[in-house]
Design a protein around this ligand. Sequence first.
Ligand SMILES: [Zn+2]
Length: 298
Amino acid sequence: MLFLDGIGLGEDAPNTNPFAIAHMPTLTNLTNNQRWLKSTGKQRTKRALFIPTDARLGVAGRPQSGTGQAAILTGLNVPQMTGKHYGPKPDAQTRAILNETNFFKQVVEGNKRAALLEAYPPRWHVGINSGKRLRASYQQAPHAAGLPTFGIENYRAGEALSGDWTGEGWRTHLGFDDVPVYSPYEAGLKLVELSQRYDFAFHSHWMTDLVGHRGPLEDAVKLLETFDQVMAGVLDAWDDRDGVVIITSDHGNMEAIGDRRHTLNDVPTLIIGEQKDVFEDLTDLTDIVPCMQQLLLP
Ligand SMILES: [Zn+2]
């Protein structure tokens, strides 16, 4: 599963929606050359199924990361259970739900292998271990399953990828001049190589949400074009008979640059692989886990 934080299906607005202008040949090829917009609707191609997905879940207010990610990873309507959309980090009630049940945990209990594929820098681990930093919901879920969170040593060893796909941020923002950097295409190949070590592998990219809040539009376009090249690598390496690749998000945001808030839009869910039809009836974020259970934990 390739999770991109805060991407929704917005208006065909070239001045505010990067999806309306970014050059995304790989991704739009999977949606009958339709850009990923509010008007796109459900699309089916030979390799993929594209389904606009409800992140609002019948709960008033703007969908948030903590409860949205928890819904994706538990299959439960966490905003409804906790009474609100909440984030960015999960509140105590959401954490308790994730600790009780989540897809990582179910996979591990089914004697299968699961992993959160991205590595976190030393200062993230220091923050977590000191109790000063809370895990995001998608980090809490594998933690509750007893799985490790990868660090710089795993990244150096080629056992994990960077959240920004290429690892460029480790050099430019974190100051690690000697860590591996991949081209976006190579990062896509690497994602598939790593995912083949597990039955369920999850990669999270959070910069889409950050850029959604602060802009500018050019940064958002660049992120999407980078992701498109990552996906070119993924599609070249992925064998459609081997299972499914799922792209999804927790709430809209980056499709409305300048608003700074999350949106009420549907989010895109794309399923690639021969078994994509299992996801045919997906309508909201809680429907993903039951489909994955059908594939992996029958
Ligand atoms: Zn989010």
